[in-house]
Design a binder for this molecule. Structure first.
Ligand code: KG4
Length: 336
């Protein structure tokens, strides 16, 4: 039994082929980074148009790399929520068309649940129940995951996602897009204690995040509070100190809330997904925290952390339960 999965929720156009045993036969991702870089962030309309151009060639490549034919596909899966609605619609429409043309079932997959499921793929065994942290450009939230399809939101960000903060701080520091890898590189040269940036909600038990004040704090530290027009970004060690101090604040906030959530829920393991989980400082901090708390930590390799279609192998679980979608499957921008 072969599945073809599509991902177009943000700025990666992706397709994957996997088996009913969750063996990933191909995982193709076409990045749109160059298109969005001039704007220091993802422009939804540009993303939708690029998905339209790229999706079918990406599907062809995924099928080719898997060494199968399109006619061998027995089920089509697609991330239909959450994400940019115009971007999601491209994937959902293409998935409906492919499922109809092939005469096979269609399955809608929640992208956030897929990020947690990437940990199941990486572990190669059952990881549920677990605490799930999804930390990306669009989402930063903690979930109680009783099983792959039952995610209960414990708390999320009040404003920006952590990845969005990385991207905007990168723009403030003149480091370009996407921000995460660039800020991480710059931070290696700096002192994480040089600036005392805020860690929101660090003195209470609520499992929430906030990164917009942190962004503003970096902006003020960089340019001062009387900003009338953008002044030159700092160069040299100060910029590295700002990057390192910002990164430390994000890592501290994420790690603290994971620790509190593990203690509150008594769940045995933490599964982490989303682009920001590529960050080495975050990985090191979560590793140290989980060791102390006696919890298992699962973070997938980089190609399964950032947006991809292989994580839609969650469709295998839905297939087993007979949870199929029909022609009115819709793109749903918010996490439900
Ligand atoms: O999950 P993802 O690929 O898709 C979106 O939600 O868009 O995550 C992308 C986000 C971006 O905001 C990017 O800056 C961030 O993940 N990111 C990182 C790193 N690599 C990617 N943030 C911090 N450190 C990194 N190494």
């Amino acid at each position: 039994m072969l599945f073809l999965a599509l991902e177009t929720s943000c700025d990666e156009t992706a397709a994957a082929v996997f088996t009913g045993d969750r063996e990933i036969l191909s995982n193709v991702v076409a990045s749109q980074t160059d298109l969005h870089a001039p704007f220091n962030g993802v422009v939804p309309e540009i993303a939708s148009r690029a998905h339209l151009r790229n999706l079918l060639p990406v599907v062809d490549e995924a099928v080719r790399r898997a060494g199968v034919a399109l006619a061998d596909i027995g089920c089509v899966a697609v991330h239909n929520t959450p994400g940019l609605v115009g971007a999601l619609l491209v994937g959902v429409s293409a998935a409906k068309m492919l499922a109809t043309a092939l005469g096979v079932p269609l399955i809608g997959v929640n992208h956030v649940a897929g990020h947690i499921y990437a940990c199941r793929l990486a572990a190669g065994r059952d990881i549920f129940p677990c605490l799930g942290l999804v930390v990306s450009g669009g989402n930063t939230a903690l979930f109680r995951c009783a099983d792959p399809l039952s995610l209960v939101l414990l708390g999320g960000t009040r404003d920006d996602a952590a990845g969005e903060a990385f991207d905007k701080v990168s723009a403030i520091l003149g480091l370009g897009f996407p921000g995460g890898p660039n800020v991480e590189r710059e931070a290696k040269l700096g002192n994480p204690k040089a600036f005392a940036f805020p860690r929101a909600f660090s003195d209470d038990a609520r499992l929430e995040f906030s990164f917009s004040g942190l962004k503003t704090a970096v902006l003020y530290a960089c340019h001062g509070q009387n900003i009338t027009k953008a002044s030159p970004t700092p160069a040299g060690p100060k910029r590295a100190d700002l990057a390192a101090s910002f990164q430390a604040a994000v890592v501290d906030a994420l790690t603290l809330k994971c620790k509190q959530a593990l203690r509150q829920t008594k769940l045995p393991r933490l599964a982490v997904g989303g682009g920001v989980s590529a960050n080495q400082c975050l990985r090191a901090a979560l590793t140290a925290m989980c060791e102390k708390e006696g919890a298992e930590l699962i973070i997938p390799p980089l190609n399964l952390c950032t947006d991809n279609a292989a994580m839609a192998a969650l469709a295998v679980e839905k297939y087993a339960r007979g949870e199929f979608a029909d022609a009115d499957l819709d793109a749903q921008p918010n996490f439900l």
